[in-house]
Write a protein that binds this ligand. Sequence first.
Ligand SMILES: [Ca+2]
Ligand SMILES: [Ca+2]
Length: 303
Amino acid sequence: MWISILAVLIASIPLANIGTVSSSTVGWIEGTVTDPLTGSPLVGATVTADGHANTTDENGNYTIEVEAGTYNVTASAEGYWDKVVKNVNVTASITIIVNFTLSKAVISVDPPIKSGSANANFMVNVTITDVFNLYMWEVHISFDPDVLECTGVLEGPFLKSAGSTSWSMMQPNIDNVAGTIKATDFLKYYPPQGATGNGTLCTINFKVEVEGKTPLHFYKKELWTYDGMVLVPIELGVEDGLFWFPGDADINGLADMYDFYMWREYFGKTTGEWPSDVNPDFNGDMLVDIEDFYLWRENFGKT
Ligand SMILES: [Ca+2]
Ligand SMILES: [Ca+2]
C-alpha cells in the first residue's frame, strides 16, 4: 500500500531539453515542492537524488540532472519533515516529475505535563497540529501502570469533523498491566476531503494510583492521508507527555522553594496560562490555587 507514490511520477519528454543533451545517458528529475496547507511553493527547499542536489527556485521548482538509473529522491525544507520518494527510475533523455508536499504535522500530549495526588482523575488530549487531509490515525502510548491507571479513551472532534469515523467499531485497547493504550480511527467512507489543520484526535482519562513520575510515550504514531487510491503515510513529529510528582513546578527533580516561587507566580492561573515546560498545578485540576500549595508543602524536599 505504500507504493502509491508512483501516482505522482509522471514521465514526460520535455522538447526544450532535447537540444541540450550532452550525453545519451543523462536524464532529469524535476518537480515542485509545496506546503499542502497553504498551497504555497517552498522556495529554497533542498532536493537530493542520492548525492545529486539542487534547491527550489522562487516558484518552488527544481531540476536535477542525473545519469540514467534508480534514485531515492528526498525533499527537505526548514520547519518541515523530510520526505523521501524511493526508487525513482530515470531513463536517458527523459524527464521524470516528482512533486512533493511537505508536512509539518506534530502529534503531542496536551497539556504536556500533568501531576496529581493519589486517586485523582485527570485527562489529557492527544492533539495534532498542521496536518493536511488526514484520513486515518493510530497511536500507541505507554505509561507506568504502577503510577497511573487508564480509565477510558474518548474520540476527539477532529477526524469526525470530516465525515463518519470507525471509532464505534474500533474500541481502544487499554492494558493497565502492561501500561499501554492503543487507539485508531479512520474516515469510513473516504470523503473527498480529510481533516485539515489542528485538533484533538482523542482524550485519555487517567486515575492516579500513586504520586509518581511516568512519561506518556508515543511508541507508535502513524497518520495517513488518502490519494484517491490508497492510504499514504504522513510524516510527523512527536512530543511525548509527562506525568510528574506534585510539588516540583520547574520539573528539575526536586520540590523546593523555587517551586513555591513558581506556584506563587502562577497563582490563580488556569492551564494554558503558564509555560508548557513547567507545572505549578500539582493536583492536576487545571487551576493553580491553595490546594496546590498544600501539596507542595506535603512534598517539600522530595525528589
Ligand atoms: Ca523543582
Ligand atoms: Ca490545582
